[in-house]
Design a protein around this ligand. Structure first.
Ligand code: 5RP
Length: 298
């Protein structure tokens, strides 16, 4: 059947080349549309950066300070984060179904702080990740750890499952207690994660040589916050990580254990997305009042 409409030839813009649709995120040139689209929900397309909030600590540590009540402590922060990293248990029980933030679902588990942490398995099926509308799946990788082989296998199996359905994988470089946290170690760990197919990698900032960790990793690196430190120090770390090639943060305790978590997220957004210096963000933060979670009356 020929077209019913007699469309004017000028509507086809025959002289205009077809748009070459690319998403400029590091390493994403060969991704399928669904994979790239999920990443574009996590990393703001305008700058390729993200402010993720990590609240998955309970999967091996229980209710850490600041996460005693995710419904009260965390839900008020969601408006200021690009993505939320958490377990399926907390997602189903404590996060509003109407939340629009992309979910980075923690899918590895298997040990508690009472045992050897590196002994993990994939603990969520790909079907459940899809059912939960996950934008990405996160897996711990213990390079050099006692169960290194098992954790690397978890990563590769997850990458295969993710590729089947267009769901990116976040590899988290977990550092065992006995390991040296230096650029040499993180170059090794981050590169292994990327070589094995992780679409983005979470790691730690190091004072010396972080730029070599970022440069040798062909996918975006985001940095964890680590233990709670002074807000000013956390902000300086983020500024330096960005200057040296990080694509954002996936911060937990330095946000939800702060006396000003909302203002801390504002400060992070201003550094990550709006080019503020850490000093400016910290000065602004100090002018903000302390915050209390909104507790509904019984
Ligand atoms: C657990 C994780 C956590 O999400 C991560 O360490 C949390 O961030 P922070 O260190 O900033 O509290 O991946 O291993």
């Amino acid at each position: 059947m020929p077209e019913k409409d007699d469309v004017a030839a000028d509507r086809f813009y025959a002289e205009v080349p077809a748009a070459h649709q690319t998403f400029g995120l590091k390493g994403s040139g060969a991704y399928d549309w669904g994979m790239a689209n999920r990443l574009a929900r996590i990393f703001q397309p305008a700058d390729g950066r993200t402010v993720m909030l990590a609240i998955d600590h309970g999967y091996f540590q229980g209710p850490v300070r600041g996460l005693e009540r995710v419904d009260l402590n965390i839900v008020p922060l969601l408006a200021q984060v690009d993505a939320l990293m958490l377990t399926r248990g907390m997602l189903r029980t404590s996060i509003p179904q109407a939340m629009s933030n992309p979910v980075v679902l923690r899918v590895s588990a298997g040990s508690s702080i009472l045992k050897e942490l590196s002994q993990e398995a994939i603990a969520v099926s790909i079907e459940d990740a899809i059912r939960l509308n996950a934008a990405a799946m996160a897996v711990q990788v213990y390079v050099g750890g006692e169960f290194e082989h098992q954790s690397i296998q978890n990563l590769t199996k997850l990458v295969d499952a993710g590729l089947q359905y267009g769901i990116p994988v976040l590899a988290v470089t977990a550092v065992g207690r006995e390991m040296v946290r230096d650029a040499r170690y993180f170059r090794l760990a981050c590169r292994i994660c990327a070589e094995l197919g992780a679409q983005f990698v979470k790691t730690y900032f190091v004072d010396q040589g972080f730029s070599t960790v970022a440069a040798s990793c062909p996918v975006p690196l985001i940095v964890a916050g680590g233990k709670k430190v002074e807000e000013r120090d956390a902000l300086i770390m983020v500024e330096r990580a960005l200057q040296e090639g990080a694509a954002g943060v996936d911060m937990g305790r330095n946000v939800f254990q702060s006396a000003k978590p909302v203002a801390m997220l504002d400060a992070l957004n201003n550094i990550v997305h709006h080019g503020w210096s850490a000093e400016r963000a910290w000065e602004w933060l100090t002018s903000r009042p302390e915050e209390q979670p909104a507790v509904p009356s019984a």
